[in-house]
Write a protein that binds this ligand. Structure first.
Ligand SMILES: [Fe+2]
Length: 161
């Protein structure tokens, strides 16, 4: 059985990645690394991520009552993870990043989100509040769509170069 500490940590990481992915789209766009057609498609993904973040935040509040979760522990982990992800982005992009690298970084970020929501789905049975599993599975489905979109953009960009 997954313990509460671990589940809280994983929720925090998922939330942090969610925040980081939205920020990454903004930053890559403002650095001129994305084409207008990318921005158009990615802005929908970013909106969805914002909604997911909000839903997760609300769920965390509910879980403090239903399962005795500590929201400040989760928020701390989320902030730490978002910061780590920003550093990973800078490392990945390096000195002279191009559009291909920017799109591939987004694949990396979305892939990380998919994995974290998969992990959360796998421990959902150990959370009393059943809304948790339902919501995590719904978000996981959207995250797979995000990864799919970013993969497609990276493939098309490489093929048209
Ligand atoms: Fe996402």
């Amino acid at each position: 059985m997954a313990d509460k500490e671990m589940i809280q940590e994983k929720i925090g990481e998922a939330l942090g990645l969610e925040k980081a992915a939205q920020k990454a789209v903004e930053q890559l766009d403002s650095r001129g690394l994305l084409e207008p057609e990318h921005v158009k498609k990615l802005s929908k993904m970013k909106d969805e991520a914002g909604k997911q973040e909000q839903k997760m935040e609300e769920l965390v509040q509910e879980l403090t009552d239903s399962d005795g979760f500590d929201s400040s522990t989760i928020e701390e982990k989320a902030a730490e993870t978002a910061e780590k992800a920003s550093k990973i982005m800078e490392t990945y992009l390096g000195e002279n990043p191009d559009t291909q690298e920017a799109l591939e970084f987004l694949c990396l970020a979305e892939g990380g989100e998919v994995v974290h929501y998969e992990v959360l789905a796998s421990v959902a049975k150990d959370v009393k509040n059943k809304k948790f599993g339902t919501q995590v599975r719904a978000i996981l489905k959207q995250e797979k769509g995000h990864l799919n979109l970013c993969t497609k953009l990276a493939k098309n960009n490489a093929a048209s170069a």
